[in-house]
Design a protein around this ligand. Structure first.
Ligand SMILES: NC(=O)c1ccc[n+]([C@@H]2O[C@H](COP(=O)([O-])OP(=O)(O)OC[C@H]3O[C@@H](n4cnc5c(N)ncnc54)[C@H](OP(=O)(O)O)[C@@H]3O)[C@@H](O)[C@H]2O)c1
Length: 341
């Protein structure tokens, strides 16, 4: 056997579709692939490497004889089926929020904490999309000059909510342009031509769960419990690509030139920063690419040791499917993933 037996749970969804593309594009060594979803999709046909494959319902039976199971079907499905898959011998890489803050489950971004993968007990968590791009850009700076505080505002694309939200933005945009009044279904208000500062549920302290996840996950991945983080997460009428305006306070002064120099060499990062020619990262051009783009790097005029920057990445690729596949590749590279159980 020269490849692995792979399962995608949630194969018909936004992230699931991206999983298929990323596995194909990166020539992931597969002997077989199971495409799993809910009973609604059972029997549907999808293509993987020009081969038509039937989608099956996710059951305990369908998760047998799998080496690596890539989950992206929501937290409830992961909570139930991920332990079953792990018990049956698979290593699970889970895209949902179900296990991310479980101290027994590693939360991994391969550019930052690949060694944490080795601590897994069958399940590895993939971080939230807005967290991944933030830490890929900030960790290389933190290694040189410890970060004390982060204030971040996100501008998150609707594909981060899933297929239904992409359809909702498409429909509402047409309705508004035709003079009709859209009725929201996925979000609490109209998303077309609008901004919603509400992602996930509100908590007692006034923050949303998404904002809390961004802070907690960043500290866990970077092994930096004492970084102070305040986030405001906003849903924007963009199909793909999350953007973040980030103010960072370091322990010591850091110039914008030094940060640019460090980030230009950082794995997974591409600096796009030349204001003279209006060069900066944008979600439209980041969509479909693998890097985390950083630009508008400048001194924070309100903070002695501060820098401000703008970070953009494709939420479905580095923010979800790509990061999970990179975790699997890292396990293969370290000989931590066995084919055939
Ligand atoms: N979108 C992003 O940028 C992003 C980033 C990071 C993490 N995630 C996480 O990834 C997960 C999926 O997100 P998505 O954007 O791909 O959502 P989506 O487009 O709504 O797709 C959901 C997928 O889950 C499947 N599913 C739903 N209920 C199921 C069940 N009971 N059993 C088995 N499969 C079931 C769906 O299958 P059917 O087609 O049969 O309904 C579909 O394949 C979520 O946990 C999300 O938080 C998403």
């Amino acid at each position: 056997m020269n490849g692995y037996s792979v399962a995608i749970v949630g194969a018909t969804g936004m992230v699931g579709q991206e999983f298929i593309k990323v596995l194909e594009q990166r020539h992931f060594p597969m002997d077989s692939i199971q495409l799993l979803a809910s009973d609604r999709s059972a029997g549907k046909k999808l293509f993987v490497s020009h081969q038509e494959i039937e989608v099956r319902e996710t059951t305990s039976e369908s998760l047998k004889d799998i080496d690596i199971a890539l989950f992206s079907a929501g937290a409830e499905v992961s909570r139930y089926f991920a332990p079953i898959a792990a018990q049956a011998g698979a290593v699970v890489v889970d895209n949902s929020s179900a296990f991310r803050m479980d101290p027994k489950v590693p939360l991994v971004v391969p550019e930052i904490n690949p060694e944490d993968i080795g601590k897994h007990k069958g399940i590895i968590a993939n971080p939230n999309c807005s967290t991944i791009q933030l830490v890929v850009a900030l960790y290389p700076l933190h290694r040189v000059n410890a970060i004390k505080r982060i204030v971040v505002s996100t501008y998150q694309a609707v594909s981060g909510t899933g297929l239904a939200a992409v359809d909702e933005l498409t429909t509402q945009a047409k309705q508004v342009l035709e003079g009709q009044t859209p009725v929201p279904h996925v979000y609490p208000h109209q998303i077309a031509f609008n901004l919603l500062p509400e992602i996930d549920v509100f908590m007692d302290n006034g923050y949303t769960k998404e904002e809390q996840k961004l802070a907690e996950e960043t500290r866990k991945i970077m092994h930096a419990d004492d970084i102070a983080i305040s986030a405001t997460c906003v849903r924007v009428p963009v199909f793909t690509g999350h953007s973040e305006a980030v103010s960072v306070e370091f322990s010591h002064p850091m110039s914008a030139d030094e940060a640019q120099y460090i980030l230009a060499q950082a794995p997974g990062v591409k600096v796009l920063d030349d204001t003279a020619i209006s060069l900066y990262p944008q979600p439209w051009s980041a969509a479909g690419t693998d890097e985390v783009f950083v630009g508008r790097i400048r001194q924070d005029t309100s903070c002695a040791n501060g820098l401000v920057m703008w970070i953009v990445a494709d939420n479905l690729r580095k923010g979800a499917a790509l990061n999970a596949v990179q975790i699997a590749e890292e396990m293969i590279r370290r000989d931590w993933l066995k084919a055939g159980g």
